[in-house]
Write a protein that binds this ligand. Structure first.
Ligand code: ADP
Ligand code: MG
Length: 297
């Protein structure tokens, strides 16, 4: 179809990873015959008053058939939807998956397998003193070591494996008053996970990541990638996880439980360069095909 698309990415992040993701999508869209433009989230400003929701921007956003929202600027995403644009992923699904606590809550009510998790009470000040009762319960619940994880984070940077009270104190000092949870550590998955990339209701490619130097399998933490062929049970689990959060595009990370698989994380904006390097599969092509089908319906 001769569609007009817009790709929105964050204008305040200087890492090449983000623009690279947007450019991969752009190339795939051009290949498909779409007209496509890249815009930064800070090139448009949401205007609210008692009229229709609007945007102040120097760009012409008429005749846009779809928007690929690669950013986490949730307010902007909701504004665009209120104005009638079709977003991939939707604002709501991006919001839920960005927040690991909200994500686990959704997955848990659907009875999908997640690590046992205790949510820290909201805190406004003195994180160490005010967390004592919660931390005592967590030690009692999980035993050492366990995982402390912030609600918002990526590249493994806001995930801590704590072995004792000193580790806990250091983690809490870093987290300060941001939301976090304590979580069962899945020993059998030390340094290893699998990433399954979901587009619509199918898994289009997957890789296994293994780190020899860290409990986190993230490539940024030293995880080495290899092609992985998921079985039907793993594929089914990944698709269910994505659908539970309402995501049409998702990078689902599964941990290796002793026998079963456990959902570690569901990313709305998983970067696909590593998958291409590892598996030779360009997920962007599948994403654009999916959008083409959806928008043409
Ligand atoms: N409960 C857990 N048990 C074992 N390993 C974990 C657990 N939670 C996270 N990890 C490891 O840490 C990595 C990063 O955690 P994740 O929740 O995916 O955060 P991020 O969004 O920063 O990638 C995972 O890929 C996994 O290797
Ligand atoms: Mg992850």
């Amino acid at each position: 179809m001769n569609l007009n698309g817009l790709i929105i990415y964050n204008g305040s992040l200087y890492s090449e990873k983000f623009i690279d993701y947007a450019n991969m999508l752009k190339s795939a869209a051009i290949e498909k015959g779409h007209q496509i433009r890249l815009l930064k989230n800070n090139e448009m400003f949401s205007l609210l008053n008692s009229q229709e929701p609007g945007l102040l921007t120097d760009f012409d956003l008429n005749k846009i058939d779809y928007i690929i929202f690669t950013d986490k600027d949730i307010y902007l995403a909701y504004q665009l939807e209120a104005m009638g644009y079709r977003l991939f992923n939707t604002a709501f699904s991006t919001e839920i998956s960005d927040d690991k606590i909200k994500s686990y809550q959704k997955l848990s009510v659907t009875h999908l397998p997640i690590p046992s998790t205790l949510i820290a009470p909201k805190n406004f000040m003195n994180p160490i003193e005010n967390s004592q009762a919660f931390i005592d319960k967590s030690i009692n619940q999980f035993g050492f070591p366990f995982v402390i994880k912030e609600a918002f984070g990526s590249f493994g940077e806001q995930v801590y494996l704590v072995h004792n009270e000193t580790d806990i104190e250091q983690a809490l000092l870093k987290i300060n008053n941001r939301p976090y949870m304590c979580q069962e550590f899945i020993h059998s998955s030390f340094g290893t996970d699998i990433r399954l990339q979901v587009v619509g209701n199918e898994v289009v490619t997957a890789m296994k990541r293994t780190s020899q130097v860290d409990f986190r399998a993230n490539v940024t933490s030293g995880g080495k990638m290899e092609v992985y062929t998921p079985n039907n049970y793993e594929k089914d689990l990944a698709v269910k996880a994505a659908q539970t959060l309402g995501l049409e595009f998702a990078g689902v990370d599964l941990l290796f439980g002793k026998e079963e698989r456990i959902i570690c994380e569901v990313n709305s904006n998983a970067h696909i360069r590593n998958l291409l390097d590892c598996t030779g599969i360009n997920v962007a092509d599948y994403m654009i095909d999916y959008i083409d089908r959806e928008v043409s319906k």
